[in-house]
Design a protein around this ligand. Structure first.
Ligand code: NAP
Length: 270
């Protein structure tokens, strides 16, 4: 990345920790090029001790340092940041927001700044396997977009979308997605324990099955229904299990859950 690129993170929580770790591990940025501001010194001390990055309790000081300013506070804390930072960014700086539900119009108004990128990452970013969906306001140049792409690629894969409405949809799909997957894992492991497996063994069986199925789904050109049909013999165990899942409304529950998450995302905008 550009050797003069400085990155400021506003908010020193889980997502910032994931970004900082991956940016350093991937040599996308050096520790001295990164500054983090947060509300409490303990949060900052932990980041400084672990990553040797610059830290400050002043959001303004952090923002002044960064050419890219990453906004990573919870949606409910956004108004404090706006009150603190409105009009503080220089025109050439780029704001990259990962705040769920905060749309570009609100970010521009709240920060008094035009060059805004809105992104929805997800928590597997903590192990460099996240997926970040992002879009940029018209004021963001192609060169700025390349910097954003490099930063997001450090924590996994990145998907650019032209229209902001896809960010709201991605919030319900990939942003919230790990919660659905972890619930499924939990239920699957509990069911295996119910059968009589030790929990450790159950966990291994479930995770290996999920990982193997993912690999197969990725490498195969077959539709998931076709892959499912291949393990479903007439009158067999899969057919019996799938019947119970469908009877229990599994497919509809997933569809309704993702729709509900999307509706909730739209209400967060207000
Ligand atoms: N985690 C996810 O699954 C996920 C996925 C996609 C997007 N996001 C979005 O990413 C953002 C950050 O999420 P997170 O999980 O990293 O949250 P988090 O762990 O709660 O971190 C938020 C941090 O913001 C700091 N903070 C609060 N008010 C502040 C202020 N006025 N000025 C500066 N810092 C302030 C907190 O400070 P102290 O610790 O110093 O008190 C905290 O460390 C959220 O908007 C969320 O919607 C999260």
């Amino acid at each position: 990345m550009n050797e003069h690129m400085h990155i400021a993170f506003i908010g020193g929580g889980v997502m910032t920790g994931a970004f900082v770790e991956s940016l350093l591990a991937g040599h996308v940025a050096q520790a001295e090029d990164i500054i983090v501001s947060s509300r409490t010194m303990a949060t900052l001390d932990a980041l400084r001790e672990r990553h040797h990055v610059r830290v400050t309790l002043s959001n303004r000081e952090a923002a002044a340092f960064g050419s890219l300013v990453v906004l990573a506070v919870k949606p409910q804390n956004l108004h404090h940041v706006f009150a603190d930072m409105k009009g503080q960014m220089r025109p050439e700086q780029v704001l990259l927001s990962i705040v769920a539900g905060a749309d570009i119009a609100r970010l521009r108004e709240g920060m008094g700044h035009d060059r805004v990128v809105r992104c929805m990452p997800n928590t597997p970013a903590q192990v460099g396997a996240g997926v970040s969906v992002w879009t940029a306001s018209p004021g963001v140049s192609d060169a700025d977009c390349e910097v954003v792409r490099a930063v997001l690629a450090a924590v996994g894969s990145e998907v650019h979308v032209d229209e902001e409405r896809y960010i709201d949809m991605a919030t319900a799909v990939s942003g919230t997605g790990p919660a659905y997957v972890f619930l499924f894992i939990e239920a699957f492991v509990d069911a295996a324990v119910h059968l009589g497996f030790q929990r450790e063994v159950a966990r291994d069986l479930v995770l290996e099955t999920m990982e193997g199925s993912l690999k197969l789904a990725r490498s195969s050109h077959k539709h998931p229904a076709e892959l499912k049909n291949l393990v479903t013999s007439p009158g067999g165990t899969s057919a019996e299990a799938l019947y119970e899942l469908e009877k229990g409304g599994f497919r509809t529950a997933i569809s309704k859950a993702i729709w509900a998450a999307y509706q909730r995302t739209l209400t967060l905008k207000g």
